[in-house]
Ligand binder design. Structure first.
Ligand SMILES: *Cc1c(COP(=O)(O)O)cnc(C)c1O
Length: 365
């Protein structure tokens, strides 16, 4: 039955982090790395006003994203201390950075014999989206001590497999929260120009470290960012790529013409205009992260790693420990965390949520 469906999609699991809608009992959603803070009320009021006065819902959205791209370019320059190096021609906007990942795969690999390289554990969407497009995925390992990419293995794999056309790196990585090291950056710089290097900076506002200054010298690099994390707009799906103008021009050909609703566009613009106030909660979140880190450091059964993002990664000290059982127990008490890559990823929440997280972890056996 249904033999028209591709057989390789049958076994592929859909990405379902948690079911949508309001849960029946209160839960702390610490499994998807969003900000724990909704937009401030006055911001929402401004947004509603902009919606009332500025959006004709019977009309298609601005399909060129002109204003938004200019605002993003300005933000990218400002936050990197650059003078107008990045202009709107180097920005492409997507329905979340997930869309841009897919567009990059279409731009490079679809219809030709090539594959991508990832270092696991890492963000799962690179692999999932590649599989849906029939693109083979090569993976290399990371150090068990600091989760940096196993560079010997990576170099060997790229040399041996001339079909690799895209390398995905995350800065800092999810789920392990470590930023790229100098040695990793040197390796990425050394990759031949026919390989596209995608550096995903979804957590830039938390890490405050970026490779954007390298873009001019490396036309084969693309940086991805998102409004889903620090900017608190996860529900509105806005991500962007910073890249060589020829790359962004190709991304524009690939995307759907009206990929970003008008409401999302004005929300992202407003978020950038109000960035100083929206991002003021970041130092507080980082303090909370450090508090969680210190508390987890004394946990008898878990090892925790330093984090450059808004989440922590933990692994059991003993392989006998059943993480799946722990995750279920925490869930039954109302704390959702992510079990991935042989460890646990815990998003930093509000101070109250973090108190409950620590209490519930202490009670685990
Ligand atoms: C959360 C996250 C994203 C964001 O994806 P959106 O589609 O923009 O919401 C991208 N990359 C990584 C590594 C992430 O953790």
């Amino acid at each position: 039955m249904l033999e028209f469906l591709r057989s390789d999609l049958i076994d592929l699991a859909a990405y379902t982090p948690h079911p949508g809608g309001k849960p029946s009992h209160p839960v702390d959603r610490l499994d998807t790395n969003e900000s724990p803070f909704d937009l401030p009320k006055d911001f929402k009021e401004k947004l509603v006003q902009a919606y009332q006065e500025g959006i004709a819902t019977n009309r298609y959205p601005d399909g060129s994203h002109g204003e938004l791209k200019r605002a993003i370019a300005q933000y990218v320059n400002e936050s990197a201390g650059l003078e107008n190096v990045i202009d709107a021609s180097r920005i492409s906007v997507g329905n979340g950075s997930d869309e841009l990942i897919r567009s990059l795969l279409i731009a490079t690999c679809v219809g030709s014999d090539c594959s991508i390289l990832v270092a696991t554990p890492t963000f799962s969407m690179y692999g999932i989206l590649s599989q849906t497009l029939g693109i083979p995925v090569s993976s290399v390992s990371r150090s068990e001590t600091d989760f940096s990419i196993n560079l010997g293995e990576a170099k060997y794999t790229v040399e041996r497999n001339p079909l690799i056309r895209v390398v995905f790196a995350v800065h800092p990585n999810s789920p392990t929260a470590n930023p790229l090291t100098q040695a990793e950056i040197e390796w990425l710089k050394s990759l031949p120009e026919q390989i596209l290097v995608v550096i995903d900076e979804a957590y830039f506002e938390f890490s405050q470290t970026s490779v954007v200054r390298e873009l001019e010298e490396h036309p084969n690099w693309v940086i991805l960012r998102t409004f889903s994390k620090a900017f608190r707009l996860a529900s509105l799906r806005v991500g962007y790529a910073i890249a060589h103008p020829d790359v962004t021009a190709t991304l524009e050909k690939i995307r759907l013409p009206y990929n970003l609703p008008s409401f999302s566009q004005i929300a992202a613009q407003l978020a950038l205009e109000n960035r100083d106030s929206l991002l003021t909660v970041i130092p507080e979140l980082l303090k909370e992260r450090d508090r969680l880190f210190a508390a987890f450091s004394s946990h008898p059964n878990l090892q925790v790693w330093a984090s450059s993002a808004n989440f922590l990664y933990l692994r059991p000290r003993s392989p006998q420990l059943s993480l799946a059982k722990w995750v279920e127990t925490l869930k039954s008490k109302g704390t959702l965390i992510r079990h991935t890559g042989g460890g646990l990823r815990v998003t930093v929440g509000t101070p109250e949520e973090n108190d409950r997280t620590l209490e519930r972890f202490q009670a685990l056996k």
